[in-house]
Design a protein around this ligand. Structure first.
Ligand SMILES: [Zn+2]
Length: 145
């Protein structure tokens, strides 16, 4: 089977497309072995297991789950999920920063004690990143919460 080379969506290194464990993973760059693994869920969502936390992360992301609605929105705008996860992990809560009286850069917590960020894609659609610290991080479209 011929191997396809693509750039890792996280570190940018050339990697074999087969490493991402997905067939037809054209619209979203792969995740290389050094950065983690990806797994497709039955509902079309993706799980990303990072091998190390992102640099300058302020809290533990846990398992990263990319919900199908969010993937759809990112596919439309041609954007990779990683920059959104990174901004969130580094305390940039996006649109929520303006809605909190906390000083800039402080994570926005919802009523359940989860860390929530809201961003807009290049096409103006909203995506949310929600972390239950140390357990799971979800990237989702607002309708999926
Ligand atoms: Zn990588």
């Amino acid at each position: 089977m011929p191997t396809t080379l693509t750039n890792c969506g996280i570190c940018g290194k050339r990697t074999e497309a087969a490493d991402c464990e997905l067939i037809g993973d054209i619209w979203m760059p792969a995740t290389c072995m050094a950065c983690g693994r990806k797994r497709l869920l039955a509902d079309g969502g993706l799980v990303v297991q990072l091998s190390h936390p992102p640099e300058h992360a302020r809290f533990e992301l846990g398992e990263i789950q990319l919900r199908p609605g969010a993937l759809h929105v990112l596919t439309e705008s041609g954007e990779h999920y990683w920059p959104f996860i990174l901004r969130h992990a580094r305390g940039d809560s996006g649109n929520f920063a303006a809605r909190t009286t906390n000083r800039a850069g402080k994570a926005f917590l919802n009523g359940r004690g989860n860390i929530v960020s809201e961003y807009r894609t290049l096409l103006g659609k909203r995506v949310w990143v929600i972390t239950a610290p140390g357990t799971v991080t979800l990237l989702l479209a607002p309708g999926e919460y």
